[in-house]
Every structure is written in C-alpha cells, then in structure tokens.
Design a protein around this ligand. Sequence first.
Ligand SMILES: [Zn+2]
Length: 417
Amino acid sequence: MTTAGKAGSSTASSPVAAAALAERLGKLDPTSPRYATDAVELVLSHASQALASDVHFHPGQVGLEVRWRLDGVLHPVAILPAKLAPNVVARLKVLAELLSYRTDVPQEGRIRAAPGEVEMRISTFPTLHGERAVVRVFATPGSFLRLEDLGLPGEIREALSGLLDETSGAVVLSGPAGSGKTTTIYACLRELAARTKGERSLATIEDPIESAVPGVSQAQVNPTAGLTLETGLKSLLRQDPEVLAIGEIRDRATAELAFQAALTGHLTLTTFHAGSAGEVVGRLLDMGLEPYAIRSGLLAVLSLRLARRLCPICSVPAGAREQHLGLPVNQAHVPVGCDSCGRTGYQGRIILAELLLPRLGAIGPAILAKADVHEIERLAREAGMVTRWQRAYEAVESGATSPAEIRRVLGVSTQPA
Ligand SMILES: [Zn+2]
C-alpha cells in the first residue's frame, strides 16, 4: 500500500528514524534470550513510524541486513549479528503463525493487527545464507484517502469520479507494485460508500484485504480453503452485488469472469500489472480475452506511476543541458540534499497518471481488430489521452521532480512520436 500525493512526506524524517533505530538496536544485548523478540519489535515499530512500505531482512555473510523502502526506494538501516539471524526470522514467523521449524520452504502469512494498528504481511524464502524475510507494512487506517486526496490531475479525478456512477463496465488500474493502485481502489470504494449510503451493494474479493471500508462487504482469498479470486468471484456474483472490487487479475480465467461481471450489470474495479494504459489493453488481448468483451466491457484504464518530489528547499536549476538526460524539456531542476530532506534531495511523491477511455476516437475499432499496443497508444493520444511521459515532462519543467527521477521511474526510452 502506498500513500501518494500530499500524504507522502515520509522522506524528511527517514534518515533520523533509521539512525534512531540503528542506535537502539546497537544497545540490545546479543546474548540475551530476548534479543530476537526485542530486535523485531524495534524494527517493525520504527518501520511503521517512518511510513516504510516494506522491510527486508536479508541474510548475508556479514549478518542479517535490514533495509526498508521509503517513497519507493530501498534504504539500508542496520545489520544484525549473523549468529542471531535465524532467531530473528523465526520470531517474525512466530508473529505470523508460520511454521518456524520449516526453514526450507517459502512461507507467507500476516501479522494480525489490533484495530487501529498497522497491518503487516510477511513472506519468507530460503536462500544461500539462510532464510530471507520481507515484511509488507500497510498504511494505518487513518491515512487512507478519499478520491480528492490522491493528488491526481483534476481532469482525471473528475473522469474517475464520473465513472463511479456507471452501473456496468470495468475500470482497470495498472502500474507496478507500490504505484498507488490499491490506494486508489480503496479511495473509490470509500467514495462509493459515502455517495450511495447503502443504496448500492458493494463487495470485494481481495488478496489481501489491506483496509476495512465501512459499508463494503469485503472478502479475502484463501487458496488453502479453495477460495481463490476465480472461485470467490463466481460465488460473489450470486450475492447480488452491484459494485465489485477484485484483487489483481493474473490469469485468463479471472479476467474472463471479471469482464463477464462487467458486461452483466456490475461496475467492476480491478488492478492489472502492465507498464502503460495501452499495454493493459494489449495484454488482455494477448491473454485470449475476446476483443468484443474488452470493447464493450472496458470503461477506462488508469495507469499510475509515482515519482519522488524534489525537495523545494535545496533543489537547483540544472546547469547544463546534459542534465536533462535526453528528456525533451526546456528546463529542469536537480536534487542537492539538505537537512530538511535528509540529504536525499527529495520529499514526498507525485503521481504520473494516464487515463485511457476506450470509447473515444478510433480506439474501440482498433481493439476489435486486435491492434498492437503501439497502435492503441497512438490512437489514445490522438483521442486526447495525456500520457505518463507528457505528465513527466511537465513535472520536470515545473521543477516538481528531476530528470534522473523520471529515468528511474519510467526507464530510458522516451515517448514515441
Ligand atoms: Zn532538501
């Protein structure tokens, strides 16, 4: 789960939090039987305070490296003694009710949080130097946002808000992990719950539930009990839902069910992993979904990326054109680093969003003709879609972010002409 827009102000305090954590870990007695329990407690509580999205416990030759991800970037935090690494990972497994004596198989679980506390999901993996563990930290319930808080461009926010009044069709959110897809789906659900006041039946099937939304019937997949996204969705459709939010679509069977729901009088919100809005359409076609189902069922694709915002205090204008890193911009700012931003040069994040509306222009016929991704993107631009690249160029020219950050987030290519 990612907080975005104006909520993303964690960077400023992150090095302070990391230093405070390292200092407190250093004071623990490695010979104490409580070491692992105390170390895990310290790391997890500091991680949630620092608004880290993930914490990595990585066993190496020198010890158990602890790193956390802030605003999308991984930072080293501490190294715990190699000898105690198995105990630390075992403690995490106990918290998540995993089989602590099995160190040879990957395991997944969640650390159940009390109401108002931060929810965490853990996965372990056997590696050369021992078990590695990654803890996903979900935002606190209080930090969940409404549609207007997401930092989306005004016209996209309005379009999305209008789509929530539709009674059938699919709205697909795409982007890499940590790009704000789930945050946006939850914001839509909150908006729907507030707007319809119980007059529409709202249901979800999620993997996992990251936040409880009042007024929405939420369910979580449980593959060991046979409740997958696919089987859950089939059953859910018999529960008279009007709005459905479905966890990430990963296979054809789920995609077909989701579109079947969208075509039979359900507003369906879902996420799909793809690099761009056009790529969502292309990959759904590649998956074998019928072009007519996409043509008639797909209301919109919203593709999201998050880029770090330049620190307003220390960033400076780029001195040379080379610093534009090949981006077609007239001016740019670059990061420097100061006390306010913890020497990173960045504070908070901005959204680079693109909204593809298949009903516009010649996109629909192109879908029926199974056109390729480039053609669909070209037609979408022709129909007025502002691409992630255009948002990126604007963000660089206005000094909101740097060319280097755009390269980190969007890669080395540029927008095709
Ligand atoms: Zn700064």
